[in-house]
Ligand binder design. Structure first.
Ligand code: NAD
Length: 296
């Protein structure tokens, strides 16, 4: 049996169209566009690419994109001052500081300066706390995107056995929280988990967020399970060029799973779409304009 492909690219495109519609309605009601500010420190090539594509996607959704580039040798004080300026700017609904920051800058100190109500990445500890106690805040974009794909595929997640591999603050932990809130029974596996293949084999839902190319093999997967591959790993291809692969060995997993996200084209496109969603939700909240947030 060959698993169905979960087309994150198409899902993200649909979400972006909905966001554009709601962004137009926001502009008509608020008399201004929703605004997302992105701060990039230094010249890391991958970060430059991400920031450019975030900016393009923000504009395409009918929102304002504000980009601030700061030199790699910026001081923490200068970066924090920039964040504070954006906190105070009424035209800015969402603030994202592109990570990783250059060495010597304390990411946690910078993130904790962002106004939690503009923290559209959901990395501020106030938002982590809100998620953990079920209060309205902002949820990190990648796990929220994974949840959307799972609900679209499976509908109700109640009673499903889910295994999240990876316990990072930006993917694994919030993913486990979201699945718990959706009434799945969740196991968090990590680098010290004993018998990982056996743990994974129990799962109706597997979310792999490890950062190890093709680690999860097809014979670890329960037949018919839904597999969400968050990993993005660049490896050498057979043709001498590099290629992107996930944390799941796609070819063997595809033979066993019921449905699986490809890499690229699965989770990746969801992350930016959800970022736009969070920024627009922030704009509606800040202007006190009613919005059915679950519709987005
Ligand atoms: P991380 O390095 O912060 O965390 C990795 C986690 O994997 C850790 O909790 C660790 O315990 C676990 N782990 C490491 N080795 C393991 C092993 N052998 N067995 C089981 N668990 C193991 O990484 P992250 O930021 O959570 O990212 C994970 C992956 O997801 C990376 O490939 C990253 O590039 C990718 N990612 C993709 C997106 C996207 O938009 N698609 C967004 C964020 C991260």
């Amino acid at each position: 049996m060959s698993a169905a492909l979960i087309d994150g690219k198409a899902f993200a495109e649909g979400l972006r169209q909905k966001i554009a519609k709601f962004a137009g309605e926001f502009e008509a009601k608020a008399g201004r566009k929703a605004g997302l500010a992105v701060v990039l420190v230094g010249e890391d090539p991958a970060s430059q690419v991400y920031v450019r594509s975030k900016g393009k996607a923000t504009l395409a959704a009918g929102m304002n994109s504000l980009e601030y580039k700061m030199p790699a040798d910026s001081t923490e004080e200068a970066l924090i001052a920039k964040v504070k300026e954006l906190n105070a700017d009424p035209a800015v609904d969402g603030i994202l500081v592109q990570l990783p920051l250059p060495k010597g800058l304390d990411e946690q100190a910078v993130i904790s300066t962002i106004d939690p109500d503009k923290d559209v990445d959901g990395f501020h500890i106030i938002n982590a706390g809100r998620l953990s106690v079920g209060q309205k805040g902002f949820v990190p974009c990648t796990p929220l995107g994974c949840l959307m794909l799972l609900k679209d595929r499976l509908g109700d997640l109640s009673g499903k056995d889910a295994v999240v591999i990876g316990r990072s603050n930006i993917v694994g932990k919030p993913m486990a929280q979201l699945l718990t809130d959706a009434n799945a029974t969740v196991t968090i596996a990590h680098s010290r988990t004993a018998n990982l293949p056996e743990v994974v084999k129990r799962a109706d839902i597997v979310v792999a967020a490890v950062g190890r190319p093709e680690m999860v093999k097809g014979d670890w997967i329960k037949p018919g399970a839904t597999v969400i591959d968050v990993g993005i790993n660049r490896v050498d291809g057979e043709d001498g060029k590099t290629k992107l692969v996930g944390d799941v060995d796609f070819d063997s997993a595809r033979e066993v799973a019921g449905a699986i996200t490809p890499v690229p084209g699965g989770v990746g496109p969801m992350t930016i779409a959800v970022l736009l969603r969070n920024a627009l939700v922030s704009a509606y909240r800040r202007e006190n304009i009613a919005l059915d947030e679950d519709a987005l």
